[in-house]
Design a protein around this ligand. Structure first.
Ligand SMILES: NC(=O)c1ccc[n+]([C@@H]2O[C@H](COP(=O)([O-])OP(=O)(O)OC[C@H]3O[C@@H](n4cnc5c(N)ncnc54)[C@H](O)[C@@H]3O)[C@@H](O)[C@H]2O)c1
Length: 383
């Protein structure tokens, strides 16, 4: 199913390599030489994962479940987590040494699920060792790091993807379909709330933690880069990391986007309004089934000159609401299949490193604005 220019998401069983080429020979002898832990089918793509904390197990489970893939190794430096990994994936080799994954020629791609500060170093090493890479969001801690990763990936002819998980949800794919079909008309605003209680992160503030989700969704849907970024926030814990923050973006087309992030909310809210000139969407990720509602609502403003008195007439349009049917497959399963397909066909991922960089640019500008107490940061033009 084509959902992005030049990119396709494979929703059924992934076809074998178009070249019919054999990717690996994993006889038991070859396994021993390669240091891999599993004898497997010639067409399997060998995967290594680094980081088996909170998110890593989700990647492991979804990749291990793919028919054309073998999770060969897990690198985890914490002994307790390594033991959990060993029990959950007994056929994978568990090691504290990242170098073991790099040295294993049976491993073609590495998934990186460690804290953001370590993304750059591990991704650099993996790409330089000739592995394709899927990095967790945000792709890196800084713009300079993301640019350097893109350079290294290109130099080595490697695929570099970022885990912008929400792009693979049925809800966001449906909204994208509606946007592309121009069902909403011109998008006037995006207004989003992502709040809950707790899950304080020790290494990043609430914007770095939560905004990559909304920014990646927005980037995907509107396909436009903001011209300015403003952010305000406050820290309420002992460290200096903001736990409540508001992010405001303005775009060349006139689109404005506003985001509210909060680790101190009494309830969990994941709601986005997308206002188009024709139709409007409420995307509520907390809804069990009808996550996307499309409203045929709007206003038509007419000006009339009666008795030389300038008057404004507002017509309200209140049509139907429809809740389109969504695909309910787990986003990470769709994403895993898509990444494996990109490896197989050497094609650009839906969430490639350039998408990761665009999100990090906004995060970096937001950080600058936060430090300047909400100063408007102009984004300039980027290639
Ligand atoms: N896509 C999503 O929806 C989503 C959700 C949560 C977290 N994440 C991302 O996943 C990444 C990890 O987050 P988390 O919450 O799982 O963190 P975590 O701290 O729970 O887990 C990280 C694990 O990596 C291990 N680790 C760190 N450095 C290592 C190294 N050099 N070698 C081996 N093991 C190492 C740690 O011991 C830890 O077990 C972050 O980038 C985060 O932003 C993404």
């Amino acid at each position: 199913m084509a959902i992005f220019p030049g990119v396709s998401l494979v929703c059924g069983v992934r076809p074998r390599s178009a070249t019919g080429g054999r990717r690996h020979e994993w006889s038991s002898a070859a396994t021993a030489v390669a240091g891999g832990a599993l004898g497997c089918d010639t067409a399997l793509i060998g995967i290594g994962l680094v980081g088996f904390g909170y998110w890593g197990p989700n990647l492991a489970r979804n990749f291990a479940a793919q028919a054309d893939c073998a999770l060969l190794a897990i690198c985890e430096k914490d002994q307790r987590r390594a033991e959990v990994a060993r029990r959950a994936f007994p056929s994978a080799r568990v090691t504290p040494e990242f170098g073991d994954l790099l040295d294993d020629s049976a491993i073609r791609a590495i998934l990186i699920a460690v804290p953001v500060a370590a993304h750059f170093e591990l991704a650099c090493r993996a790409l330089s060792a000739g592995k394709d890479v899927l990095v967790e969001k945000p792709i890196t801690a800084t713009v300079a790091e993301a640019q350097e990763l893109i350079r290294i990936a290109e130099e080595n002819g490697r695929i570099l993807a970022v885990d912008h998980t929400f792009l693979y949800t049925g809800a966001v794919r449906k909204i994208k379909e509606l946007v592309d079909a121009e069902a909403l008309g011109k998008i006037m605003y995006v207004d989003s709330v992502r709040v809950n209680l707790g899950l304080f992160q020790s290494d990043v503030n609430v914007i770095h933690d939560l905004a990559p989700h909304d920014l990646s969704i927005m980037d995907y849907l509107v396909g436009e880069v903001p011209q300015s970024v403003q952010a305000v926030g406050r820290a309420h814990s002992q460290d200096d990391h903001e736990s409540v923050a508001y992010l405001h973006l303005q775009f060349p087309s006139g689109l404005i986007a506003h985001f509210h992030f909060n680790w101190l909310a009494p309830v969990k809210i994941r709601r986005t309004l997308i206002g188009g000139t024709r139709k409007m969407i409420v995307y509520d990720d907390m809804e069990p089934s009808e996550k996307v509602k499309v409203y045929d609502k709007g206003v038509v403003i007419k000006h009339s000159d009666i008795d030389s008195i300038y008057r404004t007439i507002v017509d309200y349009r209140t049509g139907d609401m429809v809740a389109p049917k969504l695909l309910h497959e787990e986003a990470l399963a769709v994403e895993a299949r898509h990444f494996l397909d990109c490896i197989d066909r050497r094609t650009k991922p839906l969430a490639d490193a350039a998408a990761g960089l665009r999100v990090v640019r906004i995060l970096e500008a937001a950080e600058k604005s936060l430090r300047g107490d909400g100063r408007r940061i102009m984004m300039g033009s980027h290639d």
